[in-house]
Design a protein around this ligand. Structure first.
Ligand SMILES: [Zn+2]
Ligand SMILES: [Zn+2]
Ligand SMILES: [Zn+2]
Ligand SMILES: [Zn+2]
Ligand SMILES: [Zn+2]
Ligand SMILES: [Zn+2]
Ligand SMILES: [Zn+2]
Length: 385
C-alpha cells in the first residue's frame, strides 16, 4: 500500500445516517455540525460554522473532523427535503432549500415553507400575484413586490422607484435560475418600446431580499441590509437593473410610461441555438451564388462546398482558391435535404416552409411571388435539382 496516501483517499462518499448525526449535533443550533469551522471547547461538545458568531469560548478547531467530513454527504436538515449535500455545500443548500421555512418577503405574515409561497401569495397577497410570466410594475415611488409564475414556478420581482432611478431585481423562489428576465418600457400612445436585459435571476433569500429592507422600513437584525445596520443603503447595490428616469424622459418625453417585467427562457440557451443555427445555415449556402445548397454538393481540395451550378462555371474554390474536385459531400447533402427553408416570397406574405426541392417546386407556383417581366424571369438564378 502506498504509504503516502491517506486511508481516507480509499473511501468514497460516506453518508451521514440519522444515528451518526445524533453524535454530531451543534451545541448552539442543534443541526448537524458539518459546516466549517467546526469548533469545540472540551473536545466533546461541538459547535458548527453556522453559529460562528455565538459561544466564542469554542476556540479549538477540529481540522481532523473537518477532513473526515470532506468525504461525507449530509441529508438536508429541513423536514421533507430529501437533498443529500456534500461537505462545503451545506450552507449554500440551506440558504436556498425549497422546503425551508421563510419569513414572507412582504413582511407581517406568519412564517411558511418556501415551497408554498405561490399559494401563500394567492391567498394573502392576491393583488401582488400574477399566474403568468410577466407583469406591469407599479410606477409610484417606493418599494414594490410581485410574484409571477414562469412554467408554473414562482419568481419574485422587487422594484424600487424614486425621482432619479428605477431599480428592478428578480429572484427565483425555489424555481430555476436558468431563465432570463427583461424590463420593458412602453409608451402606449406612440407604441415606442425600450427593453433592458436583466440577465438571470438569483435564488431568493429571505434575509437579503425583503420588501421592508428595500423600502427602508425593516429593522430586523437577521436582515443584514435593514435599518439596524449602518450600511442599509447597500440594499440598492444588489439590485440587478437600474434605469435612470432621465433616460426615459429623453426617449419618451415623459417618465410616465408603462414598465413591464417578463421572464423568458434563458438567453444563453437561445443565443447558443441562434448561433448554431447561423453557423449551420452558413455551411448550407453556396459561397459563390449564396443560394441554399442541395444535392449534388461538390467540394474543393480543402473541403469547402460549392453547388453544382457554380462548379460548372468555376475551376477554383471561391473560398480558398484551391482546385475544385468531383468529390461529392454526401453527409452535407443529407443535412441540406432535411433543412427547412422559407419561401423566397416570405416578405410578401407567403408562409410556406419545406426542404430545398419542395421549395423550388413551390416557388414556381407561389401565389405570393411578384409578377415578373420576361427579362426578369431570364435573370433568375437557375436551380439545380
Ligand atoms: Zn450551529
Ligand atoms: Zn433542503
Ligand atoms: Zn405574506
Ligand atoms: Zn428586512
Ligand atoms: Zn453556387
Ligand atoms: Zn476551398
Ligand atoms: Zn411562397
Amino acid at each position: 500500500m502506498d504509504s503516502k496516501r491517506n486511508v481516507l483517499d480509499y473511501i468514497s462518499k460516506v453518508r451521514l445516517t440519522p444515528i451518526m448525526a445524533k453524535h454530531f449535533k451543534c451545541i448552539s443550533c442543534n443541526k448537524h455540525v458539518f459546516v466549517p469551522p467546526i469548533t469545540t471547547m472540551d473536545g466533546r461538545k461541538l459547535k458548527c460554522g453556522r453559529c460562528s458568531s455565538v459561544n466564542t469560548d469554542y476556540k479549538t478547531r477540529l481540522y481532523g473532523l473537518e477532513k473526515l467530513a470532506s468525504y461525507m454527504e449530509f441529508p438536508c436538515e429541513v423536514d421533507l427535503c430529501d437533498a443529500i449535500v456534500p461537505w462545503g455545500k451545506v450552507t449554500d443548500h440551506e440558504r436556498v432549500c425549497s422546503y425551508r421555512t421563510i419569513v414572507c418577503p412582504m413582511g407581517n405574515c406568519d412564517e411558511y415553507p418556501m415551497n408554498t409561497i405561490t399559494s401563500h401569495f394567492k391567498r394573502y397577497h392576491k393583488h401582488y400575484f400574477k399566474c403568468v410570466n410577466e407583469c406591469y410594475l407599479k410606477t409610484t415611488f417606493g418599494a414594490h413586490l410581485k410574484l409571477i409564475l414562469f412554467k408554473g414556478k414562482p419568481y419574485l420581482i422587487f422594484s424600487y422607484i424614486n425621482n432619479d432611478d428605477i431599480w428592478v431585481s428578480v429572484y427565483a423562489a425555489g424555481a430555476s435560475t436558468d431563465v432570463s428576465f427583461q424590463v420593458t418600457f412602453q409608451d402606449k400612445k406612440t407604441e415606442r418600446v425600450m427593453i433592458f436585459k436583466g440577465g438571470k435571476p438569483v435564488h431568493f433569500q429571505e434575509e437579503e431580499h425583503c420588501l421592508g429592507c428595500l423600502g427602508r422600513k425593516c429593522n430586523l437584525l437577521t436582515h443584514k441590509k435593514s435599518l439596524a445596520y449602518s450600511n442599509h443603503s447597500a440594499v440598492f447595490d444588489d439590485m440587478m437593473v437600474r434605469i435612470n428616469t432621465q433616460l426615459l424622459v429623453k426617449v419618451f418625453g415623459s417618465k410616465l410610461v408603462n414598465c413591464k417585467v417578463k421572464i423568458t427562457e434563458s438567453d444563453s440557451a437561445e443565443q447558443d441555438d441562434q448561433h448554431n443555427y447561423r453557423e449551420i445555415s452558413k455551411m448550407l449556402v453556396c459561397p459563390s451564388c449564396d443560394q441554399p445548397l442541395s444535392a449534388p454538393i461538390y467540394s474543393c481540395e480543402t473541403g469547402h462546398s460549392i453547388c453544382a451550378f457554380c462548379k460548372e462555371k468555376l475551376t477554383h474554390c471561391p473560398s480558398c482558391e484551391h482546385q475544385l474536385t468531383d468529390l461529392r459531400c454526401l453527409p452535407l447533402e443529407a443535412i441540406a435535404q432535411s433543412i427547412h427553408l422559407f419561401c423566397c416570397n416570405r416578405e410578401h406574405g407567403c408562409s410556406f416552409v419545406g426542404n430545398r426541392n419542395e421549395r423550388i417546386a413551390h416557388e414556381n407556383v407561389c401565389i405570393a411571388r411578384p409578377v415578373m417581366s420576361q427579362n426578369e424571369v431570364n435573370n433568375q438564378p437557375l436551380y439545380i435539382v
